[in-house]
Design a protein. Structure first.
Length: 147
């Protein structure tokens, strides 16, 4: 019987400690709830861009396009494919996209097609980069910098 009394005493102490813990948690200060900053609303606007295909430092094709600023460069390429007779082949990798064939001109061994914006190579980001008004994008056949 003394064993049962010890269990009852232990159980009562455990209940008392639990009640005290819960009461202290309830009495603690309230956490301030912050207000969310309003997000800047993205305004969709029409954009006019141009795509130049450059080979041997000569523009061999010129495609003016009117789309919207929420369209990506990949959307522009698809639009040109569907409406202007532009053809291309791309390979989508985990790290980005590579272009292999432009208007039935395959990149020779040791060369790659690069999509440039103001001289910066954005080939790997064409699905994530939105169009900017009055920009000229170039697809150029170049030898890669890294071997």
């Amino acid at each position: 019987m003394t064993k049962n009394k010890a269990y009852y005493l232990f159980f009562l102490i455990l209940i008392l400690i639990t009640v005290l813990f819960v009461r202290s948690a309830i009495k603690s200060d309230n956490v301030d709830v912050g207000t969310r900053k309003e997000k800047k609303e993205f305004v969709v606007k029409p954009v006019k861009v141009k795509l130049n295909i450059v080979k041997d430092n000569l523009i061999i094709y010129d495609y003016p396009v009117s789309l919207q600023n929420d369209d990506s460069i990949l959307d522009m390429l698809e639009y040109l494919r569907n409406h202007k007779g532009f053809t291309y082949e791309k390979f989508a990798y985990i790290y980005g996209t590579e272009i292999d064939n432009i208007n039935n001109i395959k990149a020779p061994i040791g060369f790659k097609w690069h999509l440039l914006n103001n001289g910066k190579d954005i080939t790997f980001e064409i699905g994530d980069t939105n169009l900017i008004d009055v920009e000229v994008y170039e697809i150029k056949l170049e030898k890669p910098n890294n071997p």
